[in-house]
Design a protein around this ligand. Structure first.
Ligand SMILES: NC(=O)c1ccc[n+]([C@@H]2O[C@H](COP(=O)([O-])OP(=O)(O)OC[C@H]3O[C@@H](n4cnc5c(N)ncnc54)[C@H](O)[C@@H]3O)[C@@H](O)[C@H]2O)c1
Ligand SMILES: [Zn+2]
Length: 365
């Protein structure tokens, strides 16, 4: 039996729990247990996940006593925009949703971020719960309360912090996830081990076969540890001033590669490449050994993540990094490693060191 629960104290919101189960069969009881004031619940999903799981979730909400409806976004990052939010607002108005009603986000990070944003803003904020269905959304986007949409090609330009009342995950929903998307989530999981917990990194190395075979017990252990790491960091720093920046490990170069490659790689794939670049910079600065860097590469590769790309437009990558810097209003800060499991923010990485980092991820043959 899989029954894991991580409690979030909620520095800026009501406490809530993240529940990890084998499948969706306990969702109804969990919903009832929340004793929410809502009469209506809208299952907000997307066009690929909806046909697989929306009916199960709708029935769970109905059994918990809600009047239910289903709203379906077009799947994909290219549809993470305000047009879809507007369509959801219209649906909620037509169904007479009031301030006490509930949204249930069913899908990956795109759906969760959009549904959360609609919940944060409809009638100045209504309750929502998350039912994440990708590994990335289970270990990353459903924890921390960030919600939002893209605007004219700029990622997550418009958003709000809004905490869910519950996060419920059924690990078996990962059985239908495409392998490439599973690998994308694994990059964030490996990142958690690298920045925070060397024992966890050992486990990811040792249990790779069981993880790849989607053993529900192993996956539940992995998701629990990643959720704990992310939740602990986020709880200390809910609005991203200090510690939360450590979660950006691999993302400075990763985001730039993602942008420069025209989104042809998954987010996690770009984070894996960015992590290796940051690993090389850490070696150059004397805080990581060559052996640690080689081991990092082996771990990413063992989960189907490439550690090099054939070519890269260096100017486009540098430009994208500068754009990120402007957006954040400060210097390009790199998160680097001080050995496996320990990380720090470094504000004075030189141009040469960034060059060495990029060199590391370009195929030499
Ligand atoms: N809010 C945060 O803190 C935060 C953190 C990290 C990422 N994000 C956001 O998350 C998004 C990426 O999330 P994602 O990687 O989950 O992408 P996604 O939601 O686009 O899902 C990836 C793909 O998998 C499909 N899918 C989802 N679940 C499935 C299942 N169980 N079976 C079959 N197919 C399934 C989707 O339809 C999609 O094609 C980005 O928009 C990113 O900005 C947010
Ligand atoms: Zn990420």
């Amino acid at each position: 039996m899989i029954h894991k629960s991580v409690k979030i104290q909620g520095a800026v919101s009501a406490p809530y729990s993240i529940e990890i189960r084998r499948d969706l069969s306990e969702l109804s009881a969990m919903l009832s247990g929340l004793a929410l004031p809502a009469k209506r619940a809208c299952v907000v999903t997307e066009s690929r996940v909806g046909p697989l799981y929306a009916e199960d979730v709708r029935c769970a909400a109905e059994a918990a006593g809600f009047e239910t409806s289903v709203f379906t976004f077009e799947a994909g990052e290219e549809h993470k925009d305000l047009d879809q939010i507007r369509a959801l607002y219209k649906h909620l108005i037509e169904k007479s949703f009031d301030r006490r009603d509930l949204l249930i986000a069913l899908g990956g990070g795109v759906c969760g971020d959009m549904c959360g944003f609609a919940a944060a803003t409809y009638l100045r904020g209504i309750d929502f719960i998350q039912v994440p269905t990708t590994l990335l959304s289970m270990v990353d986007s459903s924890v921390g309360g960030k919600t939002g949409v893209d605007l004219d090609g700029y990622k997550n330009m418009v958003g709000a912090f809004h905490q869910p009342r519950l996060v419920y995950m059924g690990v078996e929903t990962l059985n239908t996830l495409p392998a490439e998307q599973f690998a994308s989530g694994m990059a964030e999981v490996i990142k958690h081990g690298l920045i925070r917990n060397a024992d966890y990194l050992d486990m990811l190395e040792r249990d790779a076969d069981a993880v790849r075979a989607l053993s529900p017990e192993t996956l539940a252990d992995l998701i629990e540890e990643s959720v704990r790491i992310k939740a602990e960091i986020v709880e200390h720093d809910p609005t991203e001033r200090n510690e939360r920046r450590l979660l950006n490990f691999g993302h400075t170069v990763g985001h730039a590669v993602e942008k420069a490659s025209g989104l042809s790689f998954t987010h996690g794939q770009c984070v894996a490449l960015g992590s290796i670049a940051a690993g090389r910079i850490s070696v150059s600065r004397g805080t990581l050994t060559e052996a640690d860097l080689s081991r990092m590469k082996r771990i990413f590769a063992s989960y189907g993540l490439r550690t090099e790309i054939p070519s890269i437009d260096r100017n486009a990558v540098t430009e994208a990094m500068m754009h990120d810097k402007k957006k954040q209003g400060d210097a390009v800060a790199f998160v680097l490693l001080d050995g496996p499991g320990r990380s720090y923010v470094c504000g004075d990485v030189t141009k040469e060191q960034i060059g060495e980092g990029l060199e590391e991820i370009i195929c030499r043959k």
